[in-house]
Design a protein around this ligand. Structure first.
Ligand SMILES: NC(=O)c1ccc[n+]([C@@H]2O[C@H](COP(=O)([O-])OP(=O)(O)OC[C@H]3O[C@@H](n4cnc5c(N)ncnc54)[C@H](OP(=O)(O)O)[C@@H]3O)[C@@H](O)[C@H]2O)c1
Length: 344
């Protein structure tokens, strides 16, 4: 049997759906699959959106979770790439091979967990061998579990969409977030001048220790003036944003340089209007998501080359603690990823 964390429907008057820990039969491997013994798993903001019923394609009673690291305990068919005992991470989605534009067939694309694609908050997981990759050897299990979804989203957002290069001024909003912290590490690694925003001054200080040049607290009045002071009055070439909301207008009108690029991968703070003033400033708004399998491989190479270690905010022991981790995420206290260890 395999303990797993599933999504349970609650009645419509309750604000959140529920999490239920269940015992499922040991998975039976299909051709070219590997059985993984999961050692650690990580949360993403999407689990919270799913529980709030604000995520597309939710499937009740399905296993939650997109991120984990595990060891291969059984192989059905030999791809030649893996052996029993290898430590691997799993591609957090299915159905996107290499197109730079997006999934090759939109209707066949699924993100793992809480959807048609079974999630990975489980002791045992059957994965297609084409969708597993050796975990970077220098990372601990906890760090490796934190990498896949947020690491991939940040890679596509910073490089494929943001085209960030050395010497550019880059702003990363909401630096406490899992994706934002990877974006910070990646942009610093290529030599960009990185600035950040946060609701918490101490998170800005921690970002400076990780290589940011400065930042501003988005909860404060005229935060953009503080930000431009930190950059010696220079406007920003590329913004990496996961919040959108009212702050986006300020960024598009005042913070970005003429013709600057605003890449957004999320709307934690709501949507925003792209208005005539932004058009007249020649601003480019680009949507971004997680990436393809090809981008996942490139991300793993990049992380290894620069010896980047995922920033882990909190570790919870046991799959039973997923609800507690979600509560912490709701309160926004995190600086980086929430990881859950898996006992056997
Ligand atoms: N498109 C995709 O494929 C994709 C992939 C991954 C994530 N996402 C989305 O991206 C967002 C972030 O995901 P995550 O997993 O990194 O989330 P997370 O770890 O829960 O972080 C959320 C962060 O958002 C920041 N934030 C909240 N309100 C803000 C505001 N008004 N202005 C600026 N920042 C604000 C906070 O930063 P501070 O604590 O510093 O204040 C918070 O730490 C979510 O909406 C998620 O659904 C989308």
């Amino acid at each position: 049997m395999s303990t797993a964390v599933t999504l349970k429907k609650t009645d419509a008057n309750i604000a959140l759906h529920d999490i239920k820990v269940v015992s499922l039969p040991r998975p039976v491997l299909k051709a070219n699959q590997a059985l993984l013994r999961i050692d650690a798993a990580a949360l993403n903001h999407r689990e919270l959106w799913i529980l709030k019923n604000m995520y597309p394609g939710i499937k009740f009673d399905s296993v939650l979770g997109a991120d984990a690291v595990g060891r291969i305990t059984e192989l059905n068919g030999e791809s030649g790439h893996f052996k029993v005992g290898d430590r691997v991470v799993v591609m957090p989605s299915q159905g996107w091979t290499s197109s730079l534009r997006g999934p090759e067939v939109e209707s066949e694309y699924f993100i793992r967990g809480g959807t048609e694609s079974p999630g990975i908050f489980t002791q045992l997981f059957a994965a297609d061998q084409a969708e597993i990759f050796k975990a970077p050897a220098y990372l601990t299990d906890i760090e490796a579990a934190a990498l896949p979804l947020a690491g991939l989203t940040a890679y596509r957002t910073v490089f494929t969409k943001g085209q960030v290069v050395k010497g550019q001024n880059v702003l990363i909003t909401g630096i406490g977030g899992g994706v934002a912290l990877f974006a910070l590490q990646y942009a610093v690694a290529v030599g960009a001048n990185v600035y950040v925003t946060s609701s918490d001054d101490s998170k800005i200080e921690r970002a400076i220790q990780l290589g940011a040049k400065g930042g501003a607290n988005y909860r404060k009045e005229n935060w953009e003036e503080q930000l431009l002071k930190a950059s010696n009055g220079q406007q920003i070439d590329v913004v990496i944003d996961g919040a959108s909301g009212p702050g986006a207008d300020t960024i598009l009108s005042k913070v970005l340089v003429l013709g600057g690029i605003f890449v957004t991968y999320g709307q934690t703070a709501g949507d925003f209007k792209f208005n005539i003033m932004h058009i007249l400033r020649n601003i480019e708004v680009r949507g971004s998501t997680m990436g393809s399998r090809a981008e996942f491989e490139k991300m793993l190479e990049f992380v290894e080359k620069h010896q980047i270690r995922p920033i882990v905010s909190q570790v919870f022991e046991g799959l039973e603690k997923v609800s507690e981790a979600v509560e912490c995420m709701k309160n926004g206290v995190q600086f980086g990823k929430m990881v859950v260890t898996v006992q056997h």
